[in-house]
Design a protein around this ligand. Structure first.
Ligand code: ADP
Ligand code: MG
Length: 531
């Protein structure tokens, strides 16, 4: 939390400065009010007008300071929230393949949305409140002291009692806060899942499941929120009740002191305000502190900061010039062995096919080569050097990978291919040709500038795969791993693609496929059976 406050210290400093001006003027207004009242009692009209004018001016200063403080606070909060989201992004980028996929993407969505708004509510808001409360309490303490010491002492005694009150509820509220965050994340993921499965549910006339799912996710979230807010209300009300009681006691004391002539009579009007500022101020400080505890788990998730960990790997990896070698590789997902004692060799520039039954471990093997699954036994070497000596990033810079399930961004075909990088027209044309996408372009209304829709829904399965192929080819890595990347293509297009991949002498190709004809198999340098 401190990190973000410091990082955007300029706006935070200005916010605090103007909040101090605001609370200082507030206290001065209370004192001036007392003087005005005193002048009325003394029937001194001129004196009254004098204090009235000053009070009005200070009041305007207070309002202006409030406005300016709010402006800077808004700026600071905006910058801090942006930094939070950048850092959440950095946490995700720094995760390896497996741990990224341990959590559902809807939960990450909740980090970017719910978590940030919770931090705003429970950390930034209370932080500025503390500045207001603390400064107005201190100003009021000074003002009270100028009136009479006993008022200060009594106010402080009441505030200590009030500070203890919310402690009774502290732990319960903390736990409920944490529970609420988890339920919120789970529900967000449920909403996302139901929206993704919308077509399936509607097609099979399971609309009731859609409604039921939305309702149960919604109610889980509301239930947790309700519980939390009920306990917050109970805790708040107990404080309010006590505050009312102490107010009455203070008023009695002020009345007594002014009747006895110990303090000015007009203290009855403003003194109570000052006392309650002190009492509520001290009590609020302890409640605001509780809020910081509740927000701790949110900050704990953010373990890296974007500006520190974003540098590229400096030590590069040389392009492959001999071979990728697997020796006695074993791999299991949790307790499920998938790859058993596998030894394979992939020489540079040669073409390999991986075949075998579904679930045999072909995709897993590609992910091992990509460096996504670091917990394997045995060795994987690039030109004799252990893959573990390279970072995942370095490994991936040498390889293009086409997944079984192609992902397309909801943008143009061209953007999906280039991912925003600059390529020459010739490079683009070659990628379009080699991926057999060229022939499809006349069918699209806007050619390469056609928007593909969410998840590429405006394209056919085969077209999506060809866009992914073009994406991999244009990024021109020397090793290409294709996971069933030609499986959704018709025979003509599969032929075009496979031929162009096989004909490229610079490319080391590892292609997973389940539909290779014997004739095609013969064109590979080796066909490995994975089962
Ligand atoms: P293939 O590509 O040959 O069809 P995979 O490599 O995708 O096979 O999967 C091999 C086995 O590993 C399957 O039984 C699958 O259920 C399991 N598996 C794949 N990914 C995971 C995962 N992330 N966690 C646990 N098991 C997995
Ligand atoms: Mg697979």
């Amino acid at each position: 939390m401190k990190y973000y406050l410091k990082k955007h210290w300029k706006f935070n400093f200005l916010t605090i400065l103007f909040l101090l001006i605001q609370t200082g003027s507030q206290t001065v207004v209370y004192l001036l009010d007392m003087q005005q009242f005193q002048k009325i009692i003394e029937l001194d009209f001129k004196g009254f007008m004098y204090y009235f004018m000053i009070s009005a001016i200070v009041f305007i200063i207070m309002i202006a300071a409030n406005l300016v403080a709010n402006y800077f606070q808004g700026k600071a909060v905006r910058n801090m929230n942006n930094s939070l989201r950048q850092d959440i992004a950095a946490v995700l980028i720094n995760k390896d393949h497996l741990s990224f996929h341990e959590q559902a993407s809807g939960e990450y969505l909740s980090w970017f949305t719910n978590d940030v708004s919770q931090i705003e509510k429970k950390a930034w808001g209370p932080f500025y409140n503390i500045v207001v409360v603390l400064s107005s309490t201190i100003f009021s303490v000074i003002a009270l002291f100028t009136l009479h010491w006993s008022l200060l002492v009594v106010s402080l005694i009441f505030s200590i009692i009030m500070m203890a009150a919310p402690k009774i509820f502290e732990k319960r509220i903390n736990n409920l806060g944490e529970e609420f965050a988890n339920v919120q994340a789970a529900s967000t993921d449920n909403f996302k899942e139901l929206l993704k499965g919308f077509d399936v549910l509607r097609f099979f006339s399971h609309e009731h499941r859609f409604f039921k799912g939305i309702n149960s996710a919604s109610d889980n979230m509301e239930k947790a929120g309700f519980k939390l807010s009920m306990w917050q209300t109970i805790s708040g009300d107990s404080v309010n009740l006590f505050s009312l009681f102490s107010q009455i006691a203070i008023n009695a004391l002020i009345a007594f002191l002014s009747i006895k002539g110990i303090i000015i009579q007009s203290a009855i009007s403003g003194g109570g305000n000052l006392c309650s500022t002190v009492i509520n101020g001290v009590a609020n400080l302890s409640t605001l502190r509780i809020s910081f505890y509740a927000v701790k788990p949110y900050f704990e998730k953010i373990t890296v900061h974007a500006d520190k960990d974003f540098e590229d790997d400096k030590t590069g990896m040389l392009p492959l010039h001999e071979a990728i070698t697997l020796e006695n590789v074993d791999f299991q997902y949790e307790n499920k062995p998938v790859i058993k004692n596998m030894s394979l060799n992939f020489e540079v520039g040669k073409k390999y096919a991986l075949v075998g039954p579904s679930g045999g471990g072909k995709s897993t093997l590609l992910k091992l080569i990509l460096g996504w699954l670091p917990d394997y036994k045995g060795s994987i070497r690039f030109d004799g050097k252990d893959a573990k000596e390279y970072t995942t990033k370095q490994l991936q810079k040498q390889m293009s990978y086409i997944e079984q399930d192609v992902f397309l961004f909801n943008t143009t075909i061209k953007d999906n291919i280039t991912l925003g990088e600059d390529f020459t027209d010739a490079q683009l044309k070659k990628a379009l040709h080699d991926s057999a996408l060229e022939g499809d372009l006349p069918n699209f209304e806007n050619g390469l500038d056609t928007v593909v829709g969410e998840d590429g829904n405006n394209l056919s399965g085969g077209q999506k795969q060809r866009v992914a192929l073009a994406r991999a080819l244009i990024h021109n890595r020397s090793i290409l791993l294709v996971d069933e990347g030609t499986s959704a293509l018709d025979k003509v297009n599969a032929d075009i693609v496979e031929k162009s991949l096989l004909a490229n002498p610079d490319l080391t190709l590892i292609l997973v496929s389940h539909h290779l004809s014997d004739e095609r198999k013969g064109q590979f340098d080796a066909v490995y059976e994975i089962s």
